[in-house]
Design a protein around this ligand. Structure first.
Ligand SMILES: [Zn+2]
Ligand SMILES: [Zn+2]
Length: 228
């Protein structure tokens, strides 16, 4: 993406209203508030959850809205009071876009269940753009070993990662991943690295063992039935 410096604008993919398709628009580069960083976006994942905003299936979404809650980028500027992050640092932003710190769930330390949780691309503009702003509570630091494209699917990644680590399974146990799509393909890889025996269950001719198939992984193809 190329930003036209001097005009202080950027391109973004925006939904104007519920039921309206995404459209590439020119917007002002978002301004920073206290406790926020501005991110120059390098990659943004596409999640099924984005369709909820496009189709207006969730009440109370403020439109127009720039979608995207799977962001990888670089800190471009720091808001007042931000001391723990640096310009140039690689960061990611997922589903969690900030919490109020005052509700019952927050006082219990369950920030992800905040009653007033912010979500990028839903309650505030997200990553389908050249720049976005995010509160520091939404940031994760990205390791150099992970490319921007590999890091971006944070929503799908944390869903699979947390699901696997709460299964109670130990290395060597058999874990089945049913549905080899946007989440499942990550689940197979995580489960393999966790040391499980992995059974991948999917349908369609694209569900085949990959070239790096290991003896710990088995692929089962379901009979194709129905539209999904
Ligand atoms: Zn809260
Ligand atoms: Zn998502």
């Amino acid at each position: 993406m190329t930003v036209r410096f001097g005009t202080a604008t950027m391109k973004a993919a925006q939904v104007a209203a519920a039921g309206v398709s995404l459209k590439i628009v020119e917007l002002g580069i978002p301004k920073l508030g206290p406790g926020q960083v501005r991110i120059r976006i390098r990659a943004s994942g596409v999640c099924y959850g984005d369709s909820i905003i496009i189709e207006g299936r969730k009440p109370g979404i403020p439109y127009p809205r720039v979608l995207g809650h799977e962001v990888a980028g670089v800190v471009d500027a720091l808001g007042d009071g931000v001391t723990d992050w640096q310009v140039g640092q690689r960061v990611g932003v997922g589903w969690h876009g900030g919490h109020d710190g005052t509700c019952r769930e927050c006082r219990r330390g369950e920030f992800r269940n905040c009653r007033n949780e912010k979500n990028p691309g839903i309650s505030c503009d997200g990553g389908y753009a050249e720049y976005m702003v995010a509160p520091v509570a939404a940031l994760v630091s990205l390791p150099d070993a992970l490319s921007d494209i590999a890091a971006a699917p944070l929503c799908a990644g944390v869903t699979m990662f947390d699901a696997l680590r709460h299964t109670g399974a130990f290395p060597g146990d058999l874990v089945a991943v049913q549905g080899i799509g946007g989440l499942g393909h990550l689940g197979i890889q995580f489960a393999n690295k966790f040391g499980y025996k992995v059974a991948a269950i999917g349908r369609g001719s694209q569900i085949e063992p990959s070239g790096d198939e290991t003896r710990r992984r088995r692929v089962y193809r379901q009979q194709a039935q129905g539209p999904c």
